[in-house]
Design a protein around this ligand. Structure first.
Ligand SMILES: [Zn+2]
Length: 325
Protein backbone atom coordinates (compact mmCIF):
# COMPACT_ATOMS: atom_id res chain seq x y z
CA UNK A 1 0.00 0.00 0.00
CA UNK A 2 1.31 3.44 -0.89
CA UNK A 3 2.20 5.68 2.00
CA UNK A 4 -0.11 8.66 2.30
CA UNK A 5 1.48 11.96 1.25
CA UNK A 6 2.90 13.91 4.17
CA UNK A 7 1.29 17.24 4.98
CA UNK A 8 3.16 20.13 3.36
CA UNK A 9 4.18 21.37 6.80
CA UNK A 10 5.63 17.96 7.68
CA UNK A 11 7.44 17.82 4.32
CA UNK A 12 9.06 21.20 4.97
CA UNK A 13 10.05 20.23 8.53
CA UNK A 14 11.60 16.97 7.32
CA UNK A 15 13.51 18.70 4.52
CA UNK A 16 14.80 21.33 6.95
CA UNK A 17 15.96 18.62 9.34
CA UNK A 18 17.73 16.73 6.51
CA UNK A 19 19.53 19.76 5.15
CA UNK A 20 20.08 22.10 8.08
CA UNK A 21 23.60 23.25 7.25
CA UNK A 22 25.39 25.66 9.48
CA UNK A 23 26.28 29.00 8.07
CA UNK A 24 25.59 28.89 4.32
CA UNK A 25 25.01 32.63 4.49
CA UNK A 26 28.20 33.27 6.44
CA UNK A 27 30.41 31.10 4.22
CA UNK A 28 29.12 32.74 1.04
CA UNK A 29 29.36 36.26 2.48
CA UNK A 30 32.91 35.66 3.67
CA UNK A 31 33.91 34.63 0.14
CA UNK A 32 32.37 37.76 -1.38
CA UNK A 33 29.55 35.78 -2.98
CA UNK A 34 26.67 37.46 -1.15
CA UNK A 35 24.60 36.58 1.92
CA UNK A 36 22.29 33.98 0.37
CA UNK A 37 20.19 31.94 2.79
CA UNK A 38 20.56 28.56 1.06
CA UNK A 39 18.11 25.68 0.99
CA UNK A 40 17.25 25.28 4.69
CA UNK A 41 17.25 29.04 5.17
CA UNK A 42 14.76 29.42 2.31
CA UNK A 43 12.58 26.67 3.78
CA UNK A 44 12.36 28.60 7.05
CA UNK A 45 11.40 31.72 5.10
CA UNK A 46 8.65 29.64 3.45
CA UNK A 47 7.51 28.49 6.93
CA UNK A 48 7.38 32.13 8.03
CA UNK A 49 5.22 33.00 5.01
CA UNK A 50 2.84 30.19 5.93
CA UNK A 51 2.69 31.54 9.50
CA UNK A 52 1.71 34.94 8.06
CA UNK A 53 -1.23 33.58 6.09
CA UNK A 54 0.09 31.96 2.90
CA UNK A 55 -1.29 28.47 2.29
CA UNK A 56 1.45 25.90 1.89
CA UNK A 57 0.97 23.16 -0.72
CA UNK A 58 3.02 20.13 -1.62
CA UNK A 59 2.92 20.21 -5.43
CA UNK A 60 5.07 17.13 -5.89
CA UNK A 61 8.48 15.67 -5.24
CA UNK A 62 11.82 15.98 -6.96
CA UNK A 63 13.72 12.99 -8.38
CA UNK A 64 15.44 12.58 -4.98
CA UNK A 65 12.28 13.07 -2.94
CA UNK A 66 12.61 16.73 -1.96
CA UNK A 67 9.33 18.65 -1.75
CA UNK A 68 8.28 20.85 -4.66
CA UNK A 69 6.41 23.49 -2.68
CA UNK A 70 3.70 25.95 -3.52
CA UNK A 71 2.55 29.02 -1.60
CA UNK A 72 -0.98 30.20 -2.33
CA UNK A 73 -1.90 33.80 -1.56
CA UNK A 74 -5.08 35.78 -2.04
CA UNK A 75 -8.75 34.98 -2.32
CA UNK A 76 -9.46 31.21 -2.67
CA UNK A 77 -12.64 32.04 -4.61
CA UNK A 78 -11.00 34.39 -7.11
CA UNK A 79 -11.01 33.21 -10.71
CA UNK A 80 -7.92 34.96 -11.93
CA UNK A 81 -4.53 33.70 -10.89
CA UNK A 82 -0.94 34.90 -11.12
CA UNK A 83 1.88 32.37 -11.28
CA UNK A 84 5.37 33.03 -9.96
CA UNK A 85 8.15 30.45 -10.11
CA UNK A 86 11.90 30.42 -9.46
CA UNK A 87 14.86 28.12 -9.22
CA UNK A 88 14.31 25.97 -12.32
CA UNK A 89 18.00 26.56 -13.00
CA UNK A 90 19.56 25.72 -9.69
CA UNK A 91 22.57 28.05 -9.69
CA UNK A 92 20.38 31.14 -10.19
CA UNK A 93 19.89 31.86 -6.48
CA UNK A 94 19.05 35.52 -6.92
CA UNK A 95 15.82 34.35 -8.57
CA UNK A 96 14.83 32.43 -5.42
CA UNK A 97 15.66 35.41 -3.19
CA UNK A 98 13.58 37.70 -5.43
CA UNK A 99 10.72 35.20 -5.48
CA UNK A 100 10.52 35.02 -1.68
CA UNK A 101 10.75 38.81 -1.42
CA UNK A 102 7.81 39.06 -3.84
CA UNK A 103 5.85 36.50 -1.83
CA UNK A 104 6.29 38.66 1.28
CA UNK A 105 5.15 41.78 -0.60
CA UNK A 106 2.09 40.03 -2.07
CA UNK A 107 0.68 38.65 1.20
CA UNK A 108 -2.12 41.25 1.14
CA UNK A 109 -3.44 40.37 -2.35
CA UNK A 110 -7.23 40.05 -2.25
CA UNK A 111 -8.82 40.22 -5.70
CA UNK A 112 -6.94 37.30 -7.26
CA UNK A 113 -4.84 34.33 -6.32
CA UNK A 114 -1.10 34.20 -6.56
CA UNK A 115 0.51 30.77 -6.66
CA UNK A 116 4.22 30.73 -6.02
CA UNK A 117 6.75 27.92 -6.46
CA UNK A 118 10.03 29.32 -5.13
CA UNK A 119 12.23 26.20 -5.26
CA UNK A 120 11.39 24.38 -8.49
CA UNK A 121 14.59 22.33 -8.67
CA UNK A 122 15.49 21.40 -5.09
CA UNK A 123 17.93 18.61 -6.00
CA UNK A 124 19.88 20.97 -8.23
CA UNK A 125 19.84 23.71 -5.61
CA UNK A 126 21.24 21.28 -3.04
CA UNK A 127 23.96 20.20 -5.48
CA UNK A 128 24.95 23.85 -6.01
CA UNK A 129 24.99 24.40 -2.25
CA UNK A 130 27.25 21.39 -1.68
CA UNK A 131 29.69 22.55 -4.34
CA UNK A 132 29.82 26.11 -3.06
CA UNK A 133 30.28 25.06 0.58
CA UNK A 134 33.07 22.67 -0.44
CA UNK A 135 34.76 25.40 -2.49
CA UNK A 136 34.26 23.51 -5.77
CA UNK A 137 33.73 25.76 -8.78
CA UNK A 138 30.96 23.94 -10.62
CA UNK A 139 28.25 24.99 -12.99
CA UNK A 140 24.98 23.11 -12.39
CA UNK A 141 22.03 23.54 -14.76
CA UNK A 142 20.07 20.27 -14.50
CA UNK A 143 17.91 18.24 -12.15
CA UNK A 144 19.20 14.96 -10.64
CA UNK A 145 18.57 13.16 -13.97
CA UNK A 146 20.63 15.68 -15.93
CA UNK A 147 17.62 17.27 -17.58
CA UNK A 148 17.35 21.02 -18.12
CA UNK A 149 13.93 21.63 -16.54
CA UNK A 150 13.44 24.72 -18.62
CA UNK A 151 13.49 22.63 -21.79
CA UNK A 152 11.10 20.00 -20.39
CA UNK A 153 7.79 21.91 -20.47
CA UNK A 154 5.10 20.71 -22.90
CA UNK A 155 5.42 23.72 -25.21
CA UNK A 156 7.10 23.19 -28.60
CA UNK A 157 9.01 20.45 -26.75
CA UNK A 158 12.08 18.83 -28.32
CA UNK A 159 12.35 21.13 -31.29
CA UNK A 160 15.32 21.17 -33.54
CA UNK A 161 18.46 23.14 -34.12
CA UNK A 162 21.43 23.81 -31.92
CA UNK A 163 20.12 22.22 -28.75
CA UNK A 164 19.69 18.77 -30.33
CA UNK A 165 23.35 18.35 -31.23
CA UNK A 166 25.20 20.22 -28.53
CA UNK A 167 27.72 17.62 -27.34
CA UNK A 168 27.39 18.39 -23.65
CA UNK A 169 23.62 18.10 -23.70
CA UNK A 170 23.63 21.34 -21.77
CA UNK A 171 20.02 21.85 -22.74
CA UNK A 172 18.89 18.21 -22.40
CA UNK A 173 15.09 18.32 -22.76
CA UNK A 174 14.30 14.96 -21.07
CA UNK A 175 12.75 11.90 -22.69
CA UNK A 176 9.27 13.40 -23.15
CA UNK A 177 7.40 16.63 -22.42
CA UNK A 178 7.00 16.99 -18.62
CA UNK A 179 8.92 13.73 -18.11
CA UNK A 180 10.55 15.25 -15.00
CA UNK A 181 8.65 15.12 -11.71
CA UNK A 182 9.47 18.75 -10.89
CA UNK A 183 7.96 20.01 -14.16
CA UNK A 184 5.02 17.62 -13.86
CA UNK A 185 4.23 19.03 -10.41
CA UNK A 186 4.08 22.59 -11.79
CA UNK A 187 2.13 21.71 -14.94
CA UNK A 188 -0.46 19.69 -12.97
CA UNK A 189 -1.02 22.45 -10.43
CA UNK A 190 -1.18 25.38 -12.81
CA UNK A 191 -3.50 23.51 -15.21
CA UNK A 192 -6.16 23.75 -12.49
CA UNK A 193 -6.01 27.55 -12.64
CA UNK A 194 -6.94 30.38 -14.95
CA UNK A 195 -3.49 31.89 -15.02
CA UNK A 196 -3.49 35.30 -16.70
CA UNK A 197 -0.10 36.56 -15.47
CA UNK A 198 3.06 34.49 -15.12
CA UNK A 199 6.64 35.30 -14.14
CA UNK A 200 9.62 32.98 -13.99
CA UNK A 201 12.78 34.26 -12.32
CA UNK A 202 16.20 33.35 -13.68
CA UNK A 203 19.61 34.96 -13.88
CA UNK A 204 21.68 36.57 -15.24
CA UNK A 205 21.85 39.17 -17.97
CA UNK A 206 19.61 42.05 -16.94
CA UNK A 207 16.84 41.33 -19.46
CA UNK A 208 13.10 40.80 -19.36
CA UNK A 209 12.07 38.18 -21.91
CA UNK A 210 8.65 37.57 -23.44
CA UNK A 211 7.35 34.75 -25.71
CA UNK A 212 8.17 33.08 -27.86
CA UNK A 213 11.37 31.36 -26.82
CA UNK A 214 10.88 28.45 -29.20
CA UNK A 215 10.30 30.44 -32.37
CA UNK A 216 11.40 33.59 -34.07
CA UNK A 217 7.74 34.47 -34.75
CA UNK A 218 6.11 36.80 -32.21
CA UNK A 219 2.75 35.82 -30.66
CA UNK A 220 -0.45 37.74 -31.48
CA UNK A 221 -0.37 39.60 -28.17
CA UNK A 222 3.26 40.64 -28.64
CA UNK A 223 2.47 44.38 -28.31
CA UNK A 224 0.99 43.90 -24.84
CA UNK A 225 3.80 41.55 -23.79
CA UNK A 226 6.39 43.99 -25.07
CA UNK A 227 4.76 46.88 -23.16
CA UNK A 228 4.86 44.94 -19.92
CA UNK A 229 8.41 43.67 -20.46
CA UNK A 230 9.57 47.23 -21.20
CA UNK A 231 7.80 48.60 -18.13
CA UNK A 232 9.37 46.03 -15.80
CA UNK A 233 12.77 46.46 -17.48
CA UNK A 234 12.68 50.24 -17.04
CA UNK A 235 11.62 50.23 -13.40
CA UNK A 236 14.06 47.56 -12.19
CA UNK A 237 17.10 49.81 -12.32
CA UNK A 238 16.71 53.54 -12.93
CA UNK A 239 20.38 54.13 -13.67
CA UNK A 240 20.86 51.19 -15.97
CA UNK A 241 17.52 49.74 -17.12
CA UNK A 242 17.23 46.13 -18.15
CA UNK A 243 16.49 45.31 -21.80
CA UNK A 244 13.13 43.94 -22.96
CA UNK A 245 13.50 41.32 -25.71
CA UNK A 246 11.53 38.49 -27.25
CA UNK A 247 13.20 35.37 -25.82
CA UNK A 248 14.07 33.74 -29.17
CA UNK A 249 15.75 36.97 -30.27
CA UNK A 250 17.90 37.47 -27.16
CA UNK A 251 20.76 35.39 -28.52
CA UNK A 252 20.18 35.38 -32.30
CA UNK A 253 19.84 31.95 -33.86
CA UNK A 254 19.29 30.36 -30.50
CA UNK A 255 15.69 29.28 -30.02
CA UNK A 256 14.65 27.33 -26.93
CA UNK A 257 11.86 24.73 -27.10
CA UNK A 258 10.14 23.45 -23.96
CA UNK A 259 10.31 26.67 -21.93
CA UNK A 260 8.00 27.63 -19.07
CA UNK A 261 7.68 31.06 -20.73
CA UNK A 262 5.95 29.61 -23.79
CA UNK A 263 3.96 27.06 -21.77
CA UNK A 264 2.36 29.66 -19.52
CA UNK A 265 1.55 31.73 -22.60
CA UNK A 266 0.19 29.09 -24.99
CA UNK A 267 -1.19 26.46 -22.59
CA UNK A 268 -2.54 28.75 -19.87
CA UNK A 269 -3.21 31.84 -21.98
CA UNK A 270 -1.18 34.04 -19.65
CA UNK A 271 0.82 37.17 -20.25
CA UNK A 272 4.14 35.56 -19.51
CA UNK A 273 7.52 37.08 -18.64
CA UNK A 274 10.93 35.69 -17.76
CA UNK A 275 13.26 37.96 -15.81
CA UNK A 276 17.00 37.36 -16.02
CA UNK A 277 17.75 38.91 -12.64
CA UNK A 278 20.90 41.00 -12.15
CA UNK A 279 24.13 41.06 -14.07
CA UNK A 280 25.87 38.65 -11.71
CA UNK A 281 28.85 39.71 -9.67
CA UNK A 282 31.84 38.26 -11.52
CA UNK A 283 32.65 41.70 -12.94
CA UNK A 284 31.79 43.73 -9.84
CA UNK A 285 34.57 46.07 -8.66
CA UNK A 286 37.12 45.42 -7.38
CA UNK A 287 37.72 42.65 -9.91
CA UNK A 288 38.81 39.46 -8.24
CA UNK A 289 40.12 36.40 -10.01
CA UNK A 290 38.43 34.14 -7.46
CA UNK A 291 35.04 35.56 -8.53
CA UNK A 292 35.82 35.47 -12.25
CA UNK A 293 36.47 31.74 -11.93
CA UNK A 294 33.46 31.04 -9.72
CA UNK A 295 30.28 30.12 -11.67
CA UNK A 296 28.14 31.02 -8.65
CA UNK A 297 29.39 34.61 -8.97
CA UNK A 298 28.49 34.81 -12.66
CA UNK A 299 24.82 34.28 -11.83
CA UNK A 300 24.39 35.93 -8.45
CA UNK A 301 25.07 39.49 -7.27
CA UNK A 302 26.93 40.03 -4.01
CA UNK A 303 24.09 42.15 -2.57
CA UNK A 304 21.06 39.87 -2.97
CA UNK A 305 18.81 41.81 -0.61
CA UNK A 306 19.10 45.08 -2.52
CA UNK A 307 18.79 43.45 -5.96
CA UNK A 308 15.87 41.22 -4.92
CA UNK A 309 14.06 44.26 -3.48
CA UNK A 310 14.49 46.27 -6.68
CA UNK A 311 13.33 43.49 -8.99
CA UNK A 312 10.42 42.59 -6.70
CA UNK A 313 9.21 46.21 -6.74
CA UNK A 314 9.36 46.25 -10.55
CA UNK A 315 7.51 42.94 -11.03
CA UNK A 316 4.90 43.37 -8.29
CA UNK A 317 2.31 45.50 -10.21
CA UNK A 318 2.29 42.96 -13.04
CA UNK A 319 1.57 40.07 -10.66
CA UNK A 320 -1.12 42.11 -8.90
CA UNK A 321 -2.94 42.31 -12.23
CA UNK A 322 -2.43 46.03 -12.79
CA UNK A 323 -3.48 47.31 -16.22
CA UNK A 324 -0.62 47.81 -18.67
CA UNK A 325 -0.90 51.61 -18.93
ZN1 LIG B 1 17.94 30.21 -16.10
Amino acid sequence: MAKPDPSPEAAVAAARARHETAAVREVLARRGLGGYAGYAGWLSRIDALAARGATLELLGQSVRGEPVLGLVLGDPGARRCSALIAGLHPIEWIGVETCLTLAERLLDVRDRRVIIAPLCNPDGILAVQEHVLAGRRRFVRHNARRVDLNRNFPAFWGGSGVQTWLPTRLFAPGRAPASEPEVRALVTRFRREQVDRAVSLHSFGGVVLYPYGAKWKAPLDAPELRRWAARVAASVDARRPYRAVQSARWVPGFTAPGMELDWFHDDRGALSLLVECSRGNALERPLRLSRLLEPFAWFNPSDPERVAGAIAAAVEPFLRGAPAD
